[in-house]
Design a protein around this ligand. Structure first.
Ligand code: PMP
Length: 445
């Protein structure tokens, strides 16, 4: 298996020159919050698949729902007004769940990149229907990640995810993120930094001309960029600026929706109502590729009441509203609610964050600890705390490897170690993660 993996499987994001790529771990089983590799080595999956396996690997109701739907109706399109019973039930459920946020309609997709792409397109279309066709630009945060499609990649804030594909979409501009550890303002106070970043956003809006801007897109807590939670004033401040200048707010909640931050969604966590909310990942616990863009009541009405013909959506996905995905999502959302996993995410997330802060007291290589908002945490590794020089790949690779040998899978992104474990994590699992990381850092001391 290992040989065939190396020979036949392209691991495009893990270049052979990367110390972590050789060999990639081959996972053959999952049970509860644990995964088992081809050598029989069992680890707590502190990555939660890829931020998506919120309910762990043994969620029987979701597995049963998928099997039952496959036997009943394995596929039918929702493309040209046709529908299926599973997706209708799911739409009603989502509407109820998101009613407090004023998000009344769902556009179904096959994953996070699709959700982002559709939200950005719908934002432009919304302005066109309303006679503001000049609103085509997008603003986003540096360090933000919004998937792999062309519009999404264009608003990605990390140049590494953009430059190799350029030219991407023109008209996308990136604002400094409220990243306290490193920012162009040299500001270490999160509240003041939030104000600087909001001022930068307003400057950019004025510079571009508000009448040219369609939407601002942001993750409520930046994920792939290294788990960067903003100060609590930031997202409400963005909302106010969007209102002031007639700009739509797109919350990219591909990671944060359905409990990860300890709240039902990241937007609700910060008390903000966006016009679009992009979801995917945990909506089916990672068991089926699926996503949904939730659309605000007022925006949906503009599309539905349009008499000019501009309100029809020009193209859609073959797999929009896939009945098996919808059945998986229904079961998943019921379990998410029944188990109230957001409460466990908040409690275990606080314990994990506290434990990581203690690890930082002990290990010099930990320059920054981020978390405190549910089960999303990161450690930023530096070779010197004063200069904040990022550690090299070999060093972080060693921490990763030794942590794995000690029973925990974490994720490496640049010089960050990222954790997004299943939300059904136990107190014992938190301790396992902390002691495995401790061993990982001992190995580079
Ligand atoms: N947005 C965010 C915030 C994400 O984290 C991701 C994936 N990590 C995406 C969009 C893209 O989702 P997908 O990989 O399902 O296309």
């Amino acid at each position: 298996l290992k040989e065939n993996n190396a020979r036949h499987m392209w691991h495009p994001m893990a270049h052979p020159a990367d110390s972590l790529a050789n060999p990639p771990d081959i996972i053959v089983e999952g049970e509860g919050v644990e995964i088992v590799d081809v050598d029989g080595h069992r680890t707590v999956d502190a990555v939660g698949g890829l931020w998506n396996v919120n309910l762990g690997y043994s969620c029987q109701p979701v597995k049963d729902a998928i099997a039952a739907q496959l036997n009943k109706l394995p596929y039918y399109s929702t493309f040209r007004g046709t529908s299926n019973d599973a997706v209708i039930e799911l739409s009603a459920m989502l509407r109820d769940f998101f009613a407090p946020d004023g998000l009344s309609r769902a556009f179904f997709t096959s994953g996070g990149s699709d959700s982002v792409e559709i939200a950005l397109r719908l934002a432009r279309q919304y302005h066109k229907i309303r006679g503001e066709a000049g609103r085509v630009k997008f603003l986003s945060l540096k360090k933000g990640y919004h998937g792999t499609h062309t519009l999404g990649a264009s608003v990605n804030g990390n140049a590494n995810f953009r430059t190799q594909y350029e030219p991407l979409m023109p008209g996308c501009y990136h604002i400094p993120a409220p990243y306290t550890y490193r920012n162009p303002f040299n500001e270490t106070d999160p509240a003041r930094l939030a104000q600087f970043c909001l001022a930068a956003l307003e400057d950019e809006i004025r510079f571009q001309g508000a009448e040219t801007i369609a939407a601002f897109i942001m993750e409520p807590v930046l994920g792939a960029g290294g788990v960067i939670p903003p100060h609590e004033s930031f997202m409400p401040g963005v909302r106010s600026l969007c209102d002031k200048y007639g700009i739509l707010l797109i919350a990219d909640e591909v990671i944060t929706a359905f409990g990860r931050t300890g709240s039902w969604s990241g937007s609700r966590h910060w008390g903000v109502k966006p016009e679009f909310m992009c979801t995917a990942k945990a909506i089916t616990n990672g068991y089926f590729p699926f996503g949904a863009v939730m659309v605000a009541d007022g925006v949906a009405e503009v599309f539905e009441n349009d008499k000019s013909g501009k309100g029809a959506i020009g193209s859609g996905y073959t797999y929009s509203g896939h009945p098996v995905g919808a059945a998986a999502a229904i079961a998943c959302l019921k379990e998410t609610e029944r188990l109230q996993v957001k409460n466990n995410a908040a409690a275990r997330g606080a314990e994990l964050y506290e434990g990581l802060l203690k690890l930082a007291d002990k290990h010099e290589a930990i320059g920054d600890v981020r978390g405190g908002h549910g089960l999303m945490c990161a450690l930023e590794l530096v070779s010197d705390r004063t200069s904040k020089t990022p550690v090299n790949k070999q060093v972080i690779g060693k921490v990763h490897r030794v942590t794995y040998e000690n029973g925990v899978m974490v994720r490496v992104s640049g010089n960050n170690i990222i954790m997004s474990p299943p939300l059904v994590l136990s107190q014992q699992n938190v301790q396992t993660i902390l002691s495995a990381l401790d061993a990982g850092f001992e190995a580079i001391a």
